[in-house]
Design a protein. Sequence first.
Length: 630
Amino acid sequence: MSIANSIVAVSLTFVSLFMSAAPLPAPVSAAQLLVLGNDGTPLTRLTDGDMVRLQLTLPEPSSQALPVAFSLEASDQPLVGCTIAEGSSDCMTEAFATLGWYWRPDGTSSPRRSITAGLSSGGDVIAAAMIEIAPRPVVMVHGFSSTWEAWVNYLGPSGFLAADGISGYAVGDGQVPGSMNTGNLAAPSQRTNTIAENAAILGEYIDGVRQATGARTVDLMAHSMGGLISRYYIDRVMSDGEVSQLIMLGSPMAGTDCANLPAALGLYLPASLELRPSYVRQVFDPQIRQRHGVPFRALAGVPIVEGFKSPCTSVPTDLAVSLESVTAIPVQSREMAVLHMDLNLSAQVYQEFVRPLLQTPFAGFTPEPDPPPAAEAGGPQQFSRVFTGHVDRGASQVVTIPLDPGLTVASFALYDTTRSLAVVVTGASGKTIDLSAGANGLIVIDDPSALFYLGYGFENPKPGLWRVELRSSERTPAQGADYALAARFAGGAELVASLSTLLPQTGDTVSLTGGLRLQGSDLALSGAQASVRAPDGQVQVLDLSVTGDQASGEFEAAVPGLYGIDLSVAGTAEDGTPVERTSFLAFEAQPASNSSRASAGWIVGCTAATVLLAGIFVALLRRRRRARVV
């Protein structure tokens, strides 16, 4: 390619000198505008978001200081400026990002844009340059117990993105190296990666996309737990503006209690514990707060507004993640009546929420400061304990759950590894209840990646003992089905539970306490028990000491990593009705060291020295690769 073709410079005759605010040197008819890359090389093309400098050169030195303003075609806002010093013939801007250059303000694409230069803001054009622009690629991050195929509607020549000329990449799709592990449906008892480990993989994948496309930055889009992974990546892994914006679909910024069901069966650990509200609110969110200027945008699904139709979250909700959880951190958000499992598949979500964000013009990109800490969240949801067991083929099991006075809602969630069990519910009156979608919010989710399989609920249920019979069906496999069943309560008794520390060092003693309140009064307790699941999956059951209305106990954090604690407390209401509640807690034990405990807090999710060494190795690799990305 000749020098004339490689240097983008268009000279225009300056014909309106009299319109300038100050006398200008003459002649200026050969003024030249160049678009330069980071290394000073003139550019003919770029990818939206690349860093550039603009240089204006006059044919002769100026006899006075001249301010220069640069503008982008079809935009009413100036880009940047520089000043030609007295006695000089040129000036160059500081490097800046071309974010949004591919999109016009009306949302249409612009593969070629004109940049103009004038000797004052809004003044006449004295030089212009044309540049070819490609849109930024989009990297998509799947959620819990899922894979890249969660984004099938976005990928390929017939996908949502291709229709708008955008390249799409989903972590794990093989287009570039990198595959996360948030849970293997074929082997649910196998260990998952931690959020931190998946974030490191995401970083490698993004580097691969940048290598393959030449793009400096990507749009990052996440579904469900992918939002937590993306936040960790931006806070702890990203180092050089690799992400232009984060778009989250149904991401649990305060966790989701639905994850308590598979966790109770020891499945998808530690990911299922990392989704616990106590972990996300009290351990993850206070530490993972840096955004490095990246705008966060969130969509909440809100099709469920009646409490009895929501088995494991508050309402409004998308069934798995509540509006309260999506907006638990400061974030610009929007609501749509779409279920959680459809948020990443819906054409409506793409057209009305995702697409306008991807088409943000350059004037819409303003670096966003880190927000203040999130406001103190409301109290935790109230639950029964999680009942677990196994139903043989051709058999059934009965679970009895006490419902106390004052409940306005009791909503039940069943997790069944085979998605084959049927339920028969008998109320406190002894009457079998014919469940329906309208009266009881009955829903069956035949999606193996969902956090529960079957849900139903009741408004103002009669206090007493309720029986749930779990029956096998013709679809139950020969080996039978494992299950986890729990009830969410609104109204009635409230369990207040706490841990003495959330980030102990290994070898430290962790104390836990709990008490029940009903209608403003503390209840005398009849018993309390804690089930402690260690990072290796082993479970220790502790009988807590009960003194009046308080239960307490302690145990040692023997190894580093994430612990889950199910604290169950029992008492009796004034009318003799048994009352039971369970709180689902979590903490992160840090490897013992001589450093202060505060300095250990950065190791969120990293549970072994090998992970830390791997992180250092990844960082070195990323630095080497980053040097090769233009």
